[in-house]
Design a protein around this ligand. Structure first.
Ligand code: ITT
Length: 194
């Protein structure tokens, strides 16, 4: 079965491919289209933004589309960057900079609790849609470590691994991640539907 993911984030696409191709799914994304499609993410929650992205593509191309809206919530920063994770401190700003700024803001902070949230929506051309959310609890590390993964992974300390998500192989991250949890819920829904 082919799954179209309404994302242009290459790191997300890679994680989806790594998790879904072994199960026999083939993955296409916005990066496989000839035209560039801009979707305005003007929802107030991960769930709303996930539906906006997948439903736009489902209606436009008359296909079943899935999407991923995700981000990092840091308790000491009032849950920032949250739904603004990709845009935080500027869309084109490097993650080295974003991560170092977060470490600076949390310099004297003892509450380092944070979580990754991922909402995956599946939308049909008919307008039917469903959303599945996965959450991974962690804490903000005291320094950046590792070069695997993407985004905030170098500062996302995951206690069971005793290190950051950027410091473990991607297949290990993919066994526990917020994206994995949400995806398993989607697959359960798809299995039950068949
Ligand atoms: P699309 O909208 O095209 O899917 P995007 O990158 O703009 O791509 P989001 O609006 O959902 O997607 O923002 C997600 C951001 O949250 C992402 O760019 C990272 O900054 C952060 N993020 C989400 N999941 C992550 C993960 O597994 N590891 C590290 N950072 C992550």
């Amino acid at each position: 079965m082919e799954i179209f993911i309404a994302t242009s984030n290459k790191n997300k696409v890679k994680e989806f491919k790594d998790m879904l191709e072994p199960k026999g799914y083939s993955i296409k994304s916005l990066n496989d289209l000839d035209e560039e499609i801009e979707i305005e993410e003007n929802g107030q929650t991960f769930e709303e933004n996930a539906i906006i992205k997948a439903s736009t593509i489902a209606k436009r191309f008359n296909i079943v589309a899935i999407s991923d809206d995700s981000g990092l919530e840091i308790d000491a920063l009032n849950k920032e960057p949250g739904i603004y994770s990709a845009r935080y401190l500027g869309h084109d700003t490097s993650y080295d900079y974003k991560n170092s700024q977060i470490l600076l803001k949390l310099k004297n902070e003892t509450n380092r609790d944070c979580r990754y949230v991922c909402s995956i929506a599946i939308c049909y051309p008919s307008g039917e849609n469903h959303v599945f959310t996965g959450i991974l609890e962690g804490s903000i590390a005291y320094e950046m470590t590792g070069s695997n993964g993407f985004g905030y992974d170098p500062i996302f300390y995951y206690e069971p691994f005793k290190t950051t998500l950027a410091n473990v192989p991607l297949d290990l991250k993919n066994q526990v991640s917020h994206r994995h949890i949400a995806l398993m819920k989607l697959l359960e829904y798809l299995d039950a539907k068949e």
